[in-house]
Design a protein around this ligand. Structure first.
Ligand SMILES: *Cc1c(COP(=O)(O)O)cnc(C)c1O
Ligand code: SF4
Length: 334
C-alpha cells in the first residue's frame, strides 16, 4: 500500500492533471483546432481543469482563455520588451530573496505555478538558480531579522501556494519567530485557479499564525470568480485574513471600463478589496497584451466616475530602480 498516494490531497491531483497540450484544450472548449498554433516548450501551456470550467465553450476570445493560451505573437521579438524588465536580478541579496522596497522583503518560495499566464513578468526569471533550500531559508530569515526597517514579508514566486502545506508551514513558522515582522503577505493566483488549494490544513496554518495575514489574490476578470472561490474567501475572512486583489490591465481581457467595474463589484461581493491595477510589465513575449498608456489613463478616469472610492484599485507601474510601485500620472494630458 502506498500511503502517500492515498493521502495526496485533491488539489495536488488537480494540479498534476492540469492541461499542458493545446489540442486537448481546444477539444475541451469545443473549439476547432486551427491549422497553426503555438505550443512553446519553454513556459508551455499549463491550466488546471477548474479554471477551464470557468471559460465559455466555443468562444475563442474568452477572456480567461486569452490569458493562458500561447499566441504565435509571443515568439516575435518586440523592441522595448525584455527578459528582466524590472531589473530584479540586481536586488537579490540572497537566493530566493528580493529586497527592493524599504519596509518589505519578498521571498520567491517556488518557481512553479498552477497556471502559466502568458503575460507573466517572471516568465524568464531564473528560478532554478533562485530556489531557497533549508540553509537559504535560515539565511533569509537572518537577513530579515537583522534589518529592522523590514516589517512585512511577502511570500511570492511563482505561486507560494504551489508548495505543499508542510513546506508552507515551515515558512510561516520561521517567519513567525522574527520580532520585527508584523505582517506576512501571500501573493497568489491559486485560489482563483484551483479553489481546492485552500484546504482545512492550510486554513489552520494561517489561523494559528501570530502575525497579521494579508492575502493578495490575482484576478483579472469577474468570470474567474465563482461559488467555490467565494466559499474559500469566506472561510479565510472568518479566520482574520485580509483579502485584497491585484489585476494586470490586459488588452482583449479587461481593457474596458464595464469589465473592470464588474470585476471590482464581484470582488467586493466575495469580501475582497481591489488593491492594484498594474500597467503591464514590458516582458518579452507579452507585447500583444499591452495598450497605450493614454488608453489606460482614459479607462481609469471612467472608473473613478463609476465606482465607489474604495472599489477603485490604484493604477501603478513598476519602474526598475524605483523604491515603490509608481502611481501613474493620470493628469498627464489634462
Ligand atoms: C510589489 C513588490 C512589493 C510590495 O509592494 P507594495 O507596494 O507594498 O504592494 C515588495 N517587494 C517587491 C520586490 C515587489 O515587487
Ligand atoms: S500565477 Fe503569477 S507568477 Fe504564475 S504565471 Fe501567472 S502571473 Fe506569473
Amino acid at each position: 500500500m502506498n500511503d502517500i498516494f492515498f493521502n495526496q490531497p485533491n488539489w495536488q491531483k488537480e494540479l498534476s492533471n492540469a492541461i499542458s497540450d493545446v489540442a486537448s484544450l481546444y477539444e475541451l472548449l469545443e473549439l476547432p483546432l486551427p491549422n497553426e498554433f503555438h505550443a512553446p516548450t519553454k513556459f508551455p501551456l499549463r491550466v488546471p481543469h477548474a479554471f477551464i470550467q470557468k471559460m465559455k465553450k466555443g468562444d475563442p476570445n474568452d477572456p480567461l482563455l486569452r490569458q493562458i493560451l500561447p499566441d504565435i505573437a509571443e515568439s516575435l521579438p518586440v523592441a522595448g520588451y525584455t527578459a528582466d524588465p524590472l531589473d530584479e536580478n540586481t536586488h537579490n541579496p540572497i537566493k530566493g530573496l528580493l529586497h527592493k522596497y524599504q519596509s518589505r522583503a519578498l521571498i520567491t518560495v517556488t518557481g512553479a505555478c498552477a497556471v502559466h499566464c502568458r503575460y507573466c513578468f517572471r516568465q524568464h526569471f531564473d528560478y532554478g538558480a533562485n530556489l531557497p533550500n533549508s540553509q537559504d531559508i535560515r539565511q533569509i530569515c537572518h537577513y530579515i531579522a537583522n534589518d529592522k526597517n523590514i516589517n512585512e514579508v511577502l511570500l511570492s514566486g511563482g505561486d507560494p501556494l504551489n508548495i505543499n502545506n508542510r513546506r508552507f508551514n515551515e515558512w510561516i513558522g520561521a517567519l513567525s519567530d522574527i520580532d520585527n515582522i508584523k505582517t506576512i503577505r501571500i501573493h497568489t493566483r491559486l485560489p482563483a485557479i484551483l479553489p481546492n488549494r485552500i484546504d482545512d490544513e492550510f486554513i489552520d496554518i494561517l489561523a494559528y499564525c501570530p502575525k497579521n495575514i494579508v492575502m493578495v489574490l490575482h484576478i483579472n476578470h469577474a468570470n474567474e470568480i465563482d461559488n467555490a472561490l467565494a466559499q474559500k474567501c469566506q472561510t479565510l475572512k472568518k479566520h482574520g485574513v485580509v483579502l485584497l486583489n491585484q489585476s494586470v490591465l490586459l488588452k482583449g481581457v479587461n481593457d474596458n471600463v464595464e469589465i473592470l467595474c464588474q470585476l471590482s463589484h464581484a470582488l467586493f461581493d466575495i469580501g475582497v478589496l481591489p488593491y492594484y491595477l498594474h500597467i503591464l510589465d514590458k516582458v518579452a513575449g507579452s507585447a500583444h497584451f499591452d495598450l497605450p498608456i493614454d488608453r489606460a489613463i482614459q479607462i481609469y478616469w471612467q472608473l473613478l466616475e463609476k465606482l465607489s472610492g474604495y472599489l477603485v484599485p490604484k493604477l501603478v507601474q513598476e519602474v526598475a530602480g524605483k523604491p515603490y510601485k509608481v502611481p501613474i500620472d493620470i493628469y498627464k494630458n489634462c
